[in-house]
Design a protein around this ligand. Structure first.
Ligand code: MTE
Ligand code: MO
Length: 336
């Protein structure tokens, strides 16, 4: 995210032909209910087996994931009329600096990440603190599919079908006290399996830390993802548990979470610490507030290549304007 001039090879790497992506139905729907639902489906949706996407690498998922799949509420929120980014791009063009700063590094290196067993420490201002196993954390929640735009601060974007549950549900499960005002998230530290954490050149003071105001965290759009494209999360996308905050720049959507703390003060986040004039705590997608070194008015919707750059206008709050109330009266140029 700091000064990085794309090598010329990147254009070739990302110049993939967009394959048509079919969203289809896992369960056959019947009767008028089905017709009504189909009429409401966006243009790219095809009624066959919902949650099935083209070109998805199958994966063996842990039991806690598999047992939820039959009851998924598919496509709770969709990016209406927009194509879903091919699986290959969403899993081979990543930012996950623990595995290296190159876009291909996470896919190349994250295979070694140990995601089973996995525990998440929940602490701070909560009535039910503790070290939760991923099984216990996920058990009370039904999975939903959320098709969200992901807008990176570097001015590229994707459309990704996530699987998971609202962050608000997880927070209610652990019962924040009345003193809690912010949520702080931490990524795993594992110097042996995360080569980026061994690099002497890294600017990041590990662990990667992110945070939200409690009311932002409770917003129904804020999501905990455990899967994507109808399957378990690939490691490079933040397995087994990552945050997705679709109205904010991608760096807020912290991956491979091992700690969630309810706190009174705004946590110092990783990118704020590195360059506070470039990356703020709020990081709401805003086409009117440019990054000091580039414009945020437009974005490259991936796949994008030299001869088909696929540049589109960036939308306020990444198109999720229902969050605007959270920032009523705030100067969003100051609180960027
Ligand atoms: N722990 C951690 N989380 C992270 C990052 C990271 O480097 N480390 N990169 C962020 C950035 S800049 C983006 S754009 C998204 C990318 O998510 P994706 O690779 O699943 O598309 O992850 C975010 N979460
Ligand atoms: Mo990003």
């Amino acid at each position: 995210m700091l000064i990085r001039v794309p090598p010329s090879s990147r254009a070739l790497e990302s110049e993939v032909t967009p394959e048509s992506v079919y969203l289809s139905r896992r369960k056959l729907m019947q009767g008028s209910l089905a017709l009504a639902a189909m009429a409401a489906m966006p243009r790219w949706a095809h009624a066959e087996t919902q949650g099935t996407y083209a070109g998805v690498e199958p994966a063996k998922a842990p039991g806690w994931f598999e047992e939820k799949l039959s009851a998924v509420r598919w496509q709770a929120i969709a990016a209406e009329g927009e194509s879903i980014t091919p699986f290959k791009d969403a899993t081979h063009y990543n930012n996950f600096y623990e595995f290296g700063t190159g876009k291909g590094d996470p896919a190349a290196n994250a295979g070694k990440l140990q995601v089973e067993p996995w525990t998440v420490m929940v602490d701070g201002e909560v009535s039910k603190p503790g070290r939760y196993s991923i099984e216990d954390l996920v058990k009370p929640h039904a999975f939903e599919e959320r098709i969200y735009r992901l807008r990176c601060v570097e001015a590229w974007s994707m459309v990704i079908p996530w699987l998971g549950f609202p962050l608000a549900e997880l927070l209610r499960q652990v019962e924040p006290t009345s003193a809690a005002r912010y949520v702080r998230f931490e990524t795993l530290v594992d110097r042996e399996r995360m080569p980026g954490q061994r690099s002497g050149f890294s600017l990041i003071d590990w662990p990667y830390v992110e945070g939200l105001r409690l009311d932002e965290a409770m917003h129904p759009l804020a999501f905990m993802a455990v899967g994507m494209y109808g399957r378990v999360l690939p490691n490079q996308n933040g397995a087994p548990l990552r945050l997705v905050v679709p109205w904010k720049y991608g760096f807020k959507s912290i991956k491979s979470i091992v700690r969630i703390s309810l706190v009174e003060e705004a946590p110092k986040t990783t990118w704020e610490r590195i360059a506070p004039n470039e990356y703020g705590f709020y990081a709401n997608v805003n086409p009117q507030v440019d990054h000091p070194r580039w414009s945020q008015a437009t974005e490259r919707r991936l796949p994008s290549g030299l001869f088909s750059p696929n540049v589109i206008d960036t939308r306020m709050f990444n198109g999720y304007e229902e969050v605007a109330d959270l920032y009523a009266g705030m100067d969003l140029a100051r609180y960027y």
